[in-house]
Ligand binder design. Sequence first.
Ligand SMILES: Cc1cc2nc3c(=O)[nH]c(=O)nc-3n(C[C@H](O)[C@H](O)[C@H](O)COP(=O)(O)OP(=O)(O)OC[C@H]3O[C@@H](n4cnc5c(N)ncnc54)[C@H](O)[C@@H]3O)c2cc1C
Length: 403
Amino acid sequence: MGDELAEFRDAALRFLEDNALRRVADTQSGWGVGSDAIGLLDSHTDRAEEAAALERSREWRRRVFQHGFGWVGGPLALGGGGRSPQLDEEYRRLEAEFDVPDQQPFATGTHLVAPALMAHGSPELQAKYLPGIFTGELVVCQLLSEPEAGSDLAGLKTKAVRDGDDWIVTGQKVWSSQAHLSQVGQLLVRTDVDVPKHQGITMFVLDMDAPGVTVVPLRQMTGETHFNEVFLDEVRIPDANRVGEPGSGWRAVMATLMSERAAVGSGANNSAVDPVARLIEMARHLDRAHDPIVRQRLAERHTNAELRRFLIGRHEATMLAGKAPGAEGSILKLLFGEQATQCAELAAELLGLSVLADSGEWGTYAWGRWITGAPMMRIAGGTDEIQRNTLAERLLGLPREPS
Ligand SMILES: Cc1cc2nc3c(=O)[nH]c(=O)nc-3n(C[C@H](O)[C@H](O)[C@H](O)COP(=O)(O)OP(=O)(O)OC[C@H]3O[C@@H](n4cnc5c(N)ncnc54)[C@H](O)[C@@H]3O)c2cc1C
């Protein structure tokens, strides 16, 4: 792998150098330089701006794919590079050093849904959706949570009934991130009510433009409309869009959930701004960098970021070894929830009133987006309490929670 990796890295860097500019780290640009935007989700408050940004992201993804870096580890027959999936991770790492259009809209498809399709989808289903997921033509959302099924996802009630070659689906999903931008949804439904709840669930790929699908945006306190309610009213889904056997949906989604925890915990969904570097600059600017309490708290944030860096490395190594993602996803998620919250508290304390009223001063009011967004990091991808239950049972071997 050594030579192949070095040769791949050279080729990828040549492509990136020719097509994009290197990112300037916050610490290099300093206080007051460039944009002061800082948030936990790169979504927009303006729909036209959001659509234009998605087009730029898609155009970049297309170019990456055309140059052979979009799906290096994918099967040749589906347009992939037929090489080691490790090279995809290497490309992702290299690309993160460059200032390219936001690639997060595609991450649900490439990192969460594609692995489930590869492992459990029929060859026809893989051929129908996987190429589009990797070229960026298809944005994917996850239609899992329901008004009465979040932590207890297996309690979901959206129902699918077989009708010839189709299934007829009725129910409601909620908190569906980027459903308003998506062409495709990863849908979990109940296909059997007469078996224990985990065994009656089936996964489908849903075309979001199917008749009977209604997407209603939900606005968060950050001002963004990142997620949606999705109503399904007698929606017909071809049986060919079923992922795995009827009743196997729980097993199929588990791998997705563990990867999602690790992805949320890695901070991969978040803006390119390094919050710790930004806080250090802020402390210097406000002449608080010598305050021992501020220094201690900055050191704790730096330590958290470093710990997560090592855990991400461990998670990537597990995935590359072809093993199922383990409990490190839950640890990462807990650590990132803590990081988001503590960075928010420190920013609010350093900035005082200037975070509440927009005085136009660089790097002050902008923190409002981070502060109002931080609570969601303790919920998305499974709440803190659920991560602790997972760790207690799977890692520490404590008795299972009564179900
Ligand atoms: C930013 C964001 C994006 C999201 N994106 C998506 C998406 O794209 N698709 C999707 O399907 N869902 C999405 N979700 C939904 C998310 O997965 C759920 O919100 C989450 O699983 C919690 O479910 P719930 O909101 O129903 O809370 P509940 O499950 O009702 O929990 C309420 C409270 O009870 C606690 N609790 C519940 N059960 C236990 C227990 N057994 N032990 C201890 N405490 C418990 C919880 O920790 C929580 O504090 C998103 C959520 C957020 C915040």
